[in-house]
Unconditional design. Structure first.
Lengths: 114, 116
């Protein structure tokens, strides 16, 4: 079975500081990994995904994520946080072997403090 | 704007009633997914359809059912509603059915259901 964990319910960061939102996963094969963002009263928006290749993936709005196979992690990062980045962030995973549905984490609320 | 549309935006109904939520996928997308988001359960996958056929089932109650029509729009039917069914219901669409190289899902704005 596949699973994904987001160990922090909330992350607070000052505007202009770097931010990290953590995600770890478990799959039996190779993972496909995703980050989505949800702004208040909106649907989820795709940020970035890792399929294969370079471990550092760049996505929308200046976000990037680093795939670390040995630590089974896919942390989301941004060098300089904006107040407008405040939202709920979801990590998701699916096993590349055969067909598997995507499993979403419970979400991490990011609060950027002015 | 993701290109996925959902109607209605809000729905208020009473316990025991039945409602239908509608979703139109992005142009060209063949897969439709339904999710339930509540404060205590997070984002729960309910069911997926691909080109009219059920592809995967998640934590969907027997009181709930869905279908995808020939024009690819989908409907989620919720019956014998209970207070605990109050939640945000999202539809998402993607191009393929899940065997590809990691399909991206595009989410609609959601339907907020309140059961009184």
């Amino acid at each position: 079975a596949q699973s994904v964990a987001q160990p922090e319910d909330q992350v607070n960061v000052a505007e202009g500081n770097p931010l990290t939102v953590k995600c770890t996963y478990s799959v039996s094969g190779n993972p496909y990994l995703f980050w989505y963002v949800q702004y208040p009263n909106r649907g989820l928006q795709f940020l970035l995904k890792y399929i294969t290749g370079d471990n550092l993936v760049k996505g929308s709005y200046g976000f990037e994520a680093e795939f670390n196979k040995s630590q089974t992690s896919f942390h989301l990062k941004k060098p300089s946080a904006l107040v407008s980045d405040s939202a709920l962030y979801f990590c998701a995973v699916r096993d590349s072997g055969g067909y598997q549905k995507v499993t979403f984490g419970i979400g991490t609320k990011l609060q950027v403090i002015p | 704007d993701s290109g996925v549309t959902q109607t209605p935006k809000h729905l208020i109904t009473a316990t025991g009633q039945r409602v239908t939520l509608r979703c139109s996928p992005r142009s060209g997308d063949l897969s439709v997914y339904w999710y339930q988001q509540s404060l205590d359960q997070g984002l729960q996958f309910l069911i997926q359809y691909y080109n009219g056929e059920e592809r995967a089932k998640g934590n969907i109650l027997e009181r709930f059912s869905a279908q995808q029509f020939p024009d690819l729009h989908s409907e989620l039917n919720l019956s014998s509603l209970e207070l605990g069914d109050s939640a945000l219901y999202f539809c998402a669409s993607s191009q393929d059915w899940g065997s590809g190289t990691g399909e991206t899902q595009y989410f609609g704005p959601g339907t907020r259901l309140l059961v009184l």
